[in-house]
Write a protein that binds this ligand. Structure first.
Ligand SMILES: *Cc1c(COP(=O)(O)O)cnc(C)c1O
Length: 416
């Protein structure tokens, strides 16, 4: 029997006597203590370790931001805010979440196409940095300054004129709703100089879920070069160059963790060049998934075990309504399994973990899309009452899923 996993191996959480430990607590006692499944659990220690690793690897002058949309749970945001240099928000709701943390407004930035007038107004009131995505935003912010005498701090989000080769999600090059096309930026910078606005820098987004260090290095070099060219048109000294996020984590079979060292080496060169070429500026990295993705698990309980024409199905109380990405429906082209594992739901003596069997784990929704794991090796003892854990679930989980779909009970999230 093959025991080769058909997903990435999780390396964050330890196992003891066959039980997974989350913040030192066995999973089954945690599940009993919180009183209901399904739930997400995020471990503080795993987040802290990840941030410490980043800090140790990257040059000290790199400013590390957290992009809230990866995981907007207020406790998670407050916890991360204590340890990093800035927060990036993409809506008024996220702005309020960021302002409720310890992060100074000065270090909060706001990106996203289609910002509403009230969102821009709130951003100016708070004094955060606004990443401009269109000429319309320029005009609204100028009008606010005229009306209220309070100038907006702005950076230009640039849609680069190059395409990045191996990013998971293409967000630059070609026609895009994000940012302002690079070729139009010089004219926009000239306009900013004439309006009642405080110019601070550039934001050049580099994609998402990238596991190849060399392609992140390439994106950061190209982004830096582009910022340098555009800086010659800037109405005032460039203060910040935000090179985006996009550091990936391994989800699927054969994927390896991102190697930070080539990225760190390249950033050290870029920061040295920056000190010479744009002495008022610093480089910002804005990471979401990489900071929280591995620190979270999704836990569901098995409700039923049944066999259909030779395939064993474990039916759980959780599914795509809570975890769209694990079901393979969050932008994936080909469905692959997240790391998923079955653990006992209570103390069960003498379990044989060596005898496994191929099973499919599905949710309770009446749609064939509701798959948590397709044909994975599970312990043969798996039965109703046991727990299914989806690893690598700390980012783009609860808030990126259609929780209202089929009106099942509300989802819970815990920071432990
Ligand atoms: C989503 C987003 C990020 C974070 O992306 P990750 O892939 O989670 O690191 C950073 N910046 C902006 C503007 C974003 O929209």
């Amino acid at each position: 029997m093959s025991t080769r996993p058909n997903h990435a191996e999780q390396k964050i959480f330890a196992c003891e006597n066959g039980q997974l430990l989350i913040a030192n607590e066995p999973l089954h006692t945690l599940a009993n203590r919180v009183g209901q499944t399904p739930f997400y659990a995020y471990e503080r220690r795993a987040i802290d370790t990840r941030i410490a690793e980043l800090r140790a690897a990257l040059p000290a002058s790199i400013q590390l931001h957290y992009a809230i949309k990866a995981n907007p749970l207020p406790g998670v945001v407050r916890h991360i805010a204590k340890q990093i240099d800035g927060l990036d928000v993409a809506s008024l709701g996220e702005l309020q979440c960021a302002l409720a943390s310890d992060m100074q407004a000065q270090n909060i930035s706001f990106a996203g196409p289609g910002k509403r007038a009230e969102e821009l107004e709130a951003a100016v009131t708070a004094g955060i940095l606004i990443n401009l995505e269109s000429r319309r935003e320029l005009q609204i912010l100028h009008d606010i300054a005229q009306r209220r005498g309070k100038r907006a701090r702005v950076a230009v989000r640039v849609n680069p004129d190059y395409e990045l080769k191996s990013s998971g999600m293409k967000m630059g090059g070609g026609p895009k709703p994000f940012g302002i096309d690079a070729e139009e930026v010089p004219a926009v910078l000239q306009e900013i100089g004439k309006l009642d606005l405080d110019f601070e820098g550039f934001h050049i987004f580099a994609g998402s879920q990238n596991l190849k260090a060399e392609s992140i290095v390439e994106a950061q070099q190209l982004g830096y070069k582009l910022a340098l060219q555009l800086a010659t048109h800037a109405p005032s000294p460039v203060r910040s160059i935000n090179l985006g996020g996009g550091f990936g984590i391994p989800y699927f079979a054969g994927e390896q963790a991102l190697d930070l060292s080539p990225i760190a080496t390249n950033l050290a060169q870029l920061t040295t060049a920056l000190a010479r070429e744009l002495p008022d500026a610093h480089i910002v990295l804005e990471l979401g998934r990489y900071i929280v993705g591995e620190a979270g698990i999704y836990v569901a309980r098995i409700l039923d075990r049944k066999v259909s024409r030779g395939t064993t199905f474990l039916v759980t109380d959780g599914g795509l309504h809570h975890h769209l990405a694990a079901s393979g429906n969050f932008g994936q082209v080909i469905r692959k399994n997240y790391p998923v594992q079955v653990f006992p739901g209570r103390l069960r003596a003498g379990l044989d973990n060596n005898t496994t069997q191929s099973m499919s784990i599905v949710g309770p929704l009446c749609t064939p899309l509701d798959i948590l794991a397709d044909q994975i090796e599970c312990p043969a003892w798996a039965e109703p009452g046991d727990l299914v854990v989806v690893f690598q679930s700390g980012a783009y989980g609860a808030s990126a899923s259609p929780q209202g779909f089929l009106s099942h009970p509300a989802l819970h999230e815990y920071l432990l």
